[in-house]
Design a protein around this ligand. Structure first.
Ligand SMILES: [Zn+2]
Length: 360
């Protein structure tokens, strides 16, 4: 194992390693170029590596970088899976689709959101039917998104969150702040008002490569919630469904459900995995998010708020801007061997279980 060679220092390196690894194993690669330039004018793209029989009835589908800067984790897993030869464990009859940098703007610019400041994992709502209403966010927005970010900003933020939590409870804060909102485009956890470029890219991918399959195992890699290095398997299938039952069987009940209050995550609206399940009604979809802890939650929230301030009020090229980007990177990626090993070990166990599950 050589985790340090699989987990990259920036988007450019991650993309290069993924494309190299895909080429080395003879994967077919599809590239979806994002129209917005990356840092220093470099290209931004979502790259997809395909292995196995394109017509296979079953497929393993992995995503990295749904939340931009969280992409270091999933990218490292995808590169390691290919480079180490572990991908060969997948038997004939199961295709593999590895989607790298599904939100390439956020990955490259060290932000959780897309070029539209959209939280991609809150953007998969039926806009024609009307967006979900999150009344709680209104009073939280001024706490999380101040116009001034100075040396006292984190203290004011912590005090504001503590006051809200005292009055309404911890879970009320978490739901209101993080479940998704569609009213403040300059706010955090903004689900957007139209489908983002990344969502449209995912929709094209699903229509072209997944809609005629019989069984699909989906693993969406995330970071920033829970204990450092621990990977929580979050199941969003409703608890009384066959999808939920399959997750419990495949993953030996080692899963958490926001619907049952057993997850570090709140119940979210506009999630990608829900949209995959409901958008492919003829496919048996078994989906989890694998969510790894990094730093204590107050530090992660601070980094998110600082980054949001930077995007709308700050100067990216200032030393303060660079400090905030370093803070975001730490909040969503731990450049430490013990963390990378823990991430990879859990991912490997999870992908092996998914493959066994697909075999029935
Ligand atoms: Zn995430």
């Amino acid at each position: 194992m050589s985790e340090n060679a699989w987990f990259s220092a920036d988007y450019r390196q991650a993309r290069g390693r993924f494309l190299d690894a895909a080429a080395d194993v003879g994967a077919r690669v599809e590239t979806h170029e994002n129209p917005v330039p990356g840092p220093n004018g470099g290209p931004l793209a979502t790259d997809v590596a395909f292995l196995g029989d394109p017509q296979a009835e079953a497929a393993l589908l992995t995503f990295s970088g749904t939340h931009g800067a969280e992409g270091f984790c999933g990218s490292g897993v995808q590169v390691g899976w290919l480079e180490s030869g572990l991908w060969r464990e997948v038997p004939d009859g199961i295709a593999q689709i590895h989607v790298h940098g599904v939100n390439p703007f956020g990955f490259a610019h060290l932000s959780r959101t897309t070029e539209e400041n959209v939280d991609l994992n809150r953007n998969f709502v039926d806009f024609a039917a009307g967006v979900p209403v999150n009344e709680g966010y209104e009073s939280i927005h001024p706490i999380l998104c101040p116009e001034v970010w100075d040396d006292e900003a984190e203290t004011r933020l912590a005090q504001g969150v503590a006051k809200y939590t005292e009055e309404h409870g911890f879970w009320a804060f978490r739901e209101a702040a993080t479940s998704g909102q569609h009213t403040h485009r300059n706010g955090i956890f903004f689900g957007g008002t139209t489908p983002s470029w990344s969502r449209l890219t995912v929709a094209r991918l699903l229509a072209t490569h997944c809609s005629t399959r019989k069984r699909l195992a989906v693993i969406d890699y995330h970071t920033g919630l829970g204990p450092r290095g621990y990977g929580e398997r979050i199941v969003d299938h409703l608890p009384d469904t066959a999808g939920y039952q399959r997750c419990m069987e495949w993953y030996d009940s080692d899963c958490a459900s926001p619907h049952l209050g057993t997850s570090a995550s709140a119940k979210l609206t506009g999630q990608m995995l829900d949209a995959i399940e409901h958008g492919l009604p003829q496919v048996e979809v078994t989906a989890i998010a694998l969510e790894y802890g990094t730093q204590p939650e107050n530090q992660v929230i601070s980094a998110l708020c600082a980054d949001n301030w930077l995007r709308f009020h700050g100067d990216m090229s200032s030393s303060k801007g660079r400090d905030i980007k370093a803070q975001v990177r730490e909040a969503f990626y731990q450049d430490a061997l013990d963390w990378k090993q823990a991430v990879f070990e859990r991912a490997l166990d999870t992908q092996r279980r998914a493959i066994r599950g697909l075999q029935g």
